[in-house]
Design a protein. Structure first.
Length: 302
């Protein structure tokens, strides 16, 4: 009699599917946050495995800052239409106008902090008691403090000192009225794991994850895509470079990396060779302070 041994990708997949089914079983109105980036695309693929041939027990939700890469938005819409699932999009610009919020000023003015207000508005409007996201613990040190089931209070705030134990993969989703839980099914994955899984499962991605030529602003040691949201000055150095993106955030705060990696195998080889984390190399807003991400999470950021 032959025996089948799970490899590490099978184990990660099985854990993520288990977590998604726990969400479906424990919460009344969950949602899956979906941006059109590789991690959220991987979540959608896992949800298909977890719930097909039935429908998802949650909608896809995108908090759109208005500063997104067009390629990611087009992919977002096409994927949602292709799988026939509900996509809810809420605009940060609408929240700014409604709440009279003050936008960040400066050359790379970002709406990352302001999207927290739109997320909390959306949670309240749809009465979501759980939001699934694609955060990984290797992204940034504040992520590593968080459990798979991360409880937020009625104001959406996160307290790293009030984390629930998760022994033997037992997840406690009990909450009081007004509270909600952020759930991270791929919390135990790394960037390299995600790419290996994408290769194995033949998952399609937006083109900007692979090498392409585009004009970029050379700023300090980073390459920033030209867009209408960045203040271009006469002294700025603008060059056409062959680049790709490791992560797809806002155009105002996400840098490209110089690369000739035009396919998944080449991307994987580049990741193996690098010694800089995904966010450490490409996210401008995380460089504000060492605790930039943790401060945003405490205030309700995903």
């Amino acid at each position: 009699m032959s025996t089948y041994k799970l490899d590490y990708l099978d184990q990660l997949e099985s854990e993520a599917i288990h977590i998604m089914r726990e969400v479906a079983g424990q919460f009344e109105r969950p949602a899956l946050l979906f941006s059109g980036g590789k991690d959220s695309i991987t979540l959608v693929h896992l949800a298909l495995k977890a719930f097909r041939p039935g429908k998802f027990p949650f909608p896809l939700v995108h908090i759109d800052t208005g500063h997104n890469f067009p390629e990611a938005l087009a992919f977002r819409d096409a994927l949602a239409a292709n799988i026939g699932e509900t996509l809810i999009v809420r605009q940060v610009a609408d929240t700014i106008a409604r709440q009279q919020l003050t936008e960040q000023k400066g050359k790379f003015a970002s709406r990352n902090a302001l999207q927290t207000y739109t997320l909390l508005e959306t949670i309240e409007a749809f009465e979501f008691d759980c939001c699934i996201g694609g955060a990984r613990r290797d992204e940034e040190k504040a992520r590593a403090k968080e459990r798979v089931f991360s409880v937020r209070n009625e104001f959406g705030e996160w307290d790293p000192k009030q984390q629930r134990p998760e022994l033997w993969n037992t997840y406690n989703g009990r909450i009081q009225k007004g509270e909600n839980v952020r759930v991270f099914p791929i919390s135990n994955w790394t960037e390299l794991d995600v790419w290996h899984y994408i290769r194995r499962e033949n998952i399609a991605l937006p083109s900007i994850y692979f090498s392409h030529e585009r004009p970029v602003l050379v700023h300090d040691d980073q390459l920033i895509a030209l867009c209408d949201f960045i203040q271009i000055e006469a002294s700025d150095v603008i060059e056409t470079r062959r680049v790709r993106y490791r992560t797809v955030g806002d155009m105002t705060c996400t840098a490209a990396v110089e690369s000739n990696a035009a396919d998944i195998d080449a991307v994987i080889n580049e990741i193996i060779a690098t010694r800089i984390s995904e966010r450490g190399e490409t996210r401008i807003d995380d460089r504000a302070t060492e605790a930039a991400m943790e401060d945003r999470k405490k205030n309700g950021y995903f």
